[in-house]
Structures are given as C-alpha cells and as structure tokens.
Design a protein around this ligand. Structure first.
Ligand SMILES: [Zn+2]
Length: 335
C-alpha cells in the first residue's frame, strides 16, 4: 500500500525524518504521522525561528488534498499569522526590486488532481487566499494515474521489468525508476504494463476547462512538464520537449502563456533553466524544503517547503517557521 503514500515523494528529494517519524506508514499510525515532529513547537528555538521566518518568503508545496478540514485549519492559520501572496505579487516584487511584505506566504500545488478543484479551491476562495497549481500537461483531460502510482500498482499485480528486481518494495522500486536514465524508466513502465495482470485504477484528473476555473479564482496555473520525468535523467532534447510541449498546450487551454514553472522532483536543472528563459518564464520553483528571501535572488530557483493537507497545525507551525526543515537538514547531515 505504500506506493499510494509516495505521491508527495515524487516531487521532492528524499528527506531525513524527524525522530518520532521513524514509524512505518501504517493506517493506524496516520494520526502520529500527521503530528510527527510537532514537539518542536515547544522548543525554545521556535520563537527565534518564527521571528527570523517573518523576514523570509515561505512558499508551501502541497499535492492533492485528502483532508479538506485540516487544510482549512492551515489556511486559517495563514490568514492569522501570515500575509498570503500570489504569483503576480512575487513577479511584481521582482520587477520593482522591492521585497515582498514580512511573513509572505505563497500556497502552491504540484500534480494537482480534481481534489484540488473540489476540496482546496472552496477553502482558498472562502478565505481569499491566492495560490498556484503546477499541472502535468499530459494528464489533463484524461483519467490516467500518476506514473509512480501506476508503476507501484502494476508491480504488485504481477508486473515485471528487466531493470527492476522482483519483489522490491514499492518505495525502493520508485527510487530505482527515478534514478534511471529516462528512456530506461519509460521502457520499464511499458514492460510493467504488458506483464501485469491488471490495469492500474483510473484517476480523476483536471480537465482543460478546470484550469480556467482555477485561474479565474486566483489560482495561477503553471507548467510542471508534459509527463513528469526527472529532468536530470533526460537528454537535452527531452528536457526541451517536456517543457516546451507543456507550454504550448497550457497556452492554448488558458489563452495566455504560463509564466511559472515547478521542477518535477523539485530538482533544479540548468538545461531546463535555459529553456524556461527562452520561453519567457519569470518564476521557477524547487522542492528543497527551505524558506527563501523576500526578494528572490534567483527567480527560477525559488525555495519551497513541503507540506500536506493532513499535517497537524502544530507541525505546520514548525514547518512555516523553518525550524522543522532545519532539524531535518541537521539529521540528514549527521545521517
Ligand atoms: Zn510533481
């Protein structure tokens, strides 16, 4: 079942876990999971981090929304403690060379499916909080599952691929697929599809008209490539095709060219940067679990914090302050 829990992992580099997080992700422990590391909220360092974070830009990276109530509580927290800003605000601050207001927070979604439209949008609109959604263009208007979910499902239903060891657990298999040169990943997926005895379940993806609904409700729609490969595993022609292809269809659906991009897997790539510049992109977002300056130094490399709609508000506070990310980095450096 854990392939179903790796939705966020595909957009983000692996992170060391905060101590009480060592628990495996069994359903009965979900409560503990959503609250893990929340003890940091009582750390004497939290007020210091919170004061420092007030002078930084926090960009939150969500995926699909599985807990609308908890998401609403997080947005209430932002309304009370932060200054929600839009992609346009960030672009304007860059154009004018003027930092964003203290406590600025930008809400973003990667790989948005229909849960973002159904659950996140009403909560955002009710609180007048702008956001951005980075879509996988190839999935829009389809019922295709995300490739990482599909691969996990197929492997559990008899799927085999020459480059994947038999019986590998889904997380390990996903790590292997992501580490492969992209042509090998595509070939392995094709082999899994023909050898599995069941097809992966469909997924309700956004439709082209949904993108305009989001846009009209102050959710900027951005580019997240055509098919969500790890760009660093692609050759130059594929990097170009993935970004420019998505740019073309998004421009057609939206009636205007997108100006913001999020790197699949959250990892920066210089060749992608060059393509983005040529296409006129103004903002690019990473998934490095960091806060950034209120006037971004590198507009195509803006840091983001990884959050989830199920994250408890106590833990949410420590992520927003930068304390939880700092502890994670410390543990990662030691581990
Ligand atoms: Zn993604």
């Amino acid at each position: 079942m854990s392939y179903a829990t790796t939705a966020a992992a595909v957009c983000a580099p692996p992170q060391p876990v905060v101590p009480s997080a060592a628990a495996p992700r069994r359903p009965r422990e979900r409560g503990r999971e959503r609250d893990r590391g929340s003890w940091l909220r009582f750390s004497p360092a939290q007020p210091l981090f919170r004061a420092r974070a007030a002078q930084r830009l926090a960009v939150l990276a969500y995926h699909g929304i599985t807990d609308p109530r908890s998401f609403g509580a997080q947005l209430d927290r932002l309304r009370r403690l932060a200054t929600p800003v839009s992609v346009r605000d960030v672009e304007r601050s860059l154009a004018e060379g003027r930092p964003l207001p203290p406590r600025s927070v930008l809400v973003t979604f990667d790989d948005p499916d229909r849960t973002v439209l159904r659950h996140a949008l009403p909560e955002l609109v009710a609180r007048r909080i702008p956001a951005a959604a980075f879509v996988i263009a190839e999935l829009v208007g389809t019922e295709k599952p995300f490739w990482w979910h599909e691969a996990g499902f197929l492997a559990q239903h008899g799927g085999r691929a020459r480059l994947l060891p038999r019986g590998a657990d889904p997380d390990r298999m996903l790590a292997l697929l992501k580490a492969m040169p992209d042509p090998d990943r595509r070939r392995s997926l094709a082999e899994l599809r023909v050898s599995a005895h069941r097809r992966a379940p469909a997924r309700e993806q956004l439709r082209p008209e949904d993108l305009r609904v989001l846009r009209d409700a102050d959710v900027t729609v951005g580019n997240h490539t055509l098919g969500h490969p790890s760009l660093r595993r692609c050759d130059e022609a594929t990097v170009h095709a993935e970004i420019a292809g998505a740019h073309r269809v998004l421009t057609r659906w939206l009636g205007e060219a997108p100006s913001a991009f999020a790197y699949p897997d959250g990892g920066y790539d210089e060749r992608a940067d060059a393509v983005l510049r040529r296409l006129g992109y103004r903002l690019g977002f990473l998934s490095d679990h960091r806060l950034g300056p209120r006037l971004p130094e590198h507009p195509l490399r803006i840091s983001r914090l990884q959050v989830d709609s199920t994250t408890s508000t106590r833990r949410f506070d420590t992520i927003l302050s930068g304390l939880e990310p700092a502890v994670r980095r410390l543990l990662g450096a030691q581990g």
